[in-house]
Design a protein around this ligand. Sequence first.
Ligand SMILES: [Fe+2]
Length: 452
Amino acid sequence: MAPLVQRSERDKIEPFREKFAAAWARTDELFAIVPPAAMLAQPIVWRHPVIFYVGHLPAFSWNQICGGILNWPSFNPYFDDLFCRGIDPDVDTGECHWHPDVPDRWPTLKETAAYRDHVRDAVLNSLDAVAECFSNDIMAQGGRVFDMVLEHECMHQETLLYMLQQLPITEKRRPASPLRYSFRRAADCRAVRIPRGRARLGARFDDIAFGWDNEFSETIAEVPTFTIDSLPVTNGRYFEFVDSGAYDDERHWLAQDWRWKNLENKRHPSCWHEQDGLWYYRAMFDVFPLERVANWPVYVSLAEARAYANWRGKRLPTEAEFHRAAFYGPDGRETAYPWGSAEANRHHGNFDFAAWSPVPVGSCPASASRWGVLELVGNGWELTDSPFAPLPGFTPYMKTYPDYSQDFFDGKHFVLKGASWATAAELLRPSFRNWYQAHYPYVFAKFRCVSD
Ligand SMILES: [Fe+2]
């Protein structure tokens, strides 16, 4: 029977050849935004310079597949180690998990790109080797290690983009194809009542081809009745909060959020600025008068979202409430996406690099959940006020990456759900969880309000 087993492993693994080609093409397109001379730029102080990420993606691939599963001897142990893990400090204290020492001089782009190309060849050669290795490591089976490496690459594409969002526009190269923006009128927001019921969080290990450790296992939450806004908060609505002076009123902020706001001297969302009494919005490649993008969802930190919701006499949703609003409907049935079970395509929302920016809220009626709540997936991650915590039965099952989630179960990271315009379609499964600190203002994250 061995040849049959072998064929079925090969059948599962062969499609990864094309998936890697597509992922690497997009990675290269995104790094091309940064001129070679700007590779040492560090647009966010809490993250390494851009060159680190050029090396990190191949190093992770090598360390997980060729080193971790196949035990192949390294052709560049120094780079495997130097680029193995980045920084992601506590933004309040500056403390960071373990990472390799920062070198006195980063390798050049040429050296790093040569390493990347060598690893990419090795990854393609590893496809057959993993199919034939009959390892009892669960990551070697069904191509899980390839899914892990691909999803890691997709997540870093988005991370890179929100880093580049912070880089001055004059230091970036525009994409070859013309940029298209939408500024039309927003749809009207209404309150949608979601009756008491159950919501399933996470997944059973055998039910999905691949999931990160924090997605397991399945747990059922009983969610009391709540009311949720059909649309996220826009720049225009948030401007009312800032312009009225309420953004600078301590009464609307949690104590720890107010401390952070003052330390950082935050007066408005990160991609806004005021000049000569006029307000502007900095998108990835263009600056617009704020009123022109008044209907785009506002991108803020959790701290700023909480303050706004509090000012409105509301609050943010929990992770379970998000699931209930997104994946259920009046008949109690759960679906894979808010709109049902049809595979996600661009008709359903602004994700999978459909644009280089948000679009006006309510632009995609087909995104509606069966309750009538719009764009829960797409146009910006949805902030929740649920701490990122292990689901019951959590196991750090990825032996070569045991600390993927565990370092962040610290009460300071909170769950985000859904997707932004820069989130790959591969990451849209309901169990996928993203997480950030409440005081991290760089993510393409929007929010909506709920009430009991
Ligand atoms: Fe990484």
